[in-house]
Design a protein around this ligand. Sequence first.
Ligand code: 173
Length: 316
Amino acid sequence: MKKIALAAALALGATPLAAEEVLRGVTAFATGTTFSRPFEAFIERVNETGAGVVQIEYVGGSEAIPTFELGNAVSDGIVDIANNTTAFYTNLLPWGDALHLATNTVQDQRANGCFDKIDMLHQQQMNVKFLARTGDNIQFHLYLTKPIEGPDLSGLTIRTTPVYRGMFEALGATLVRTAPGEVYTSLERGAIDGYGWPTQGILDLGWDEQTKYRVDPGFYQVDVNFLVNLDRWNSLSDEARAVLEDAATWIEEKNAENLDINAAELAAQAEAGIETITFEGEAAETWLGAAQREGWAGVEEIDAEIAEELRACLVD
Ligand code: 173
């Protein structure tokens, strides 16, 4: 393709075209599932709008690079662009947990300067450009194989990531951290009594077969981010960067669709036999209070200054 473009340009007597840039992209989630889908739509968009300028070659998911290794891989330039959530790269960005404590949207964060702050911190501390945030309007839940009466998780072994750790620990759970790829077999073996996961994606992964209850209300807000190796980002032409930035804001607008997708997903969970345990009144206050308190306490403990700065622009 490059050769043809060059030959065509020469034949026309024009200046040869700048070589088309090709970025290798990897997702932290299974390909074709909920949290890879926006990245896949973004790649398709870039490959259309960036023809002759920049293309993304979709290498794959956690079978290509293990989930918790993807942060290192994009930081080191082994991967050029990654679809990843902060909970999977806390080794590089320990305060990253702040992102899912946001109560506003990525559009708000672009408008109030928060996005630039988050981008700058990613660049400085992780050598990546923070290009886009997907997952707005999706919350997290606790899913269980056995019922509970109230917000007391003592005696339960729960699969976690850093997202839920502080909250579930404060409520008494015993925690095991695993990548999403290990959840199904952990449930099947009875090694865990439940797991934290967002509203969307359970059926996609087949986990409904092993899940009996979802606990409501949900808490926090999903962040699944597109990260570009900073050296690679800086090596791109302005035109290539513009293609990527345009596709980034295009995919972020689609975050609004999550409200409808959530409704369909909750209906499908009920259809699949997953019962809802809903905390109300004092129980709901304990549940959500633990989420907020422990979430921010964790970030403050890591970096009080960043916590204060981000809280001011992530929380309405
Ligand atoms: O539970 C998880 O693996 C997790 O932390 C997460 C974060 C964002 C989207 C999906 C899952």
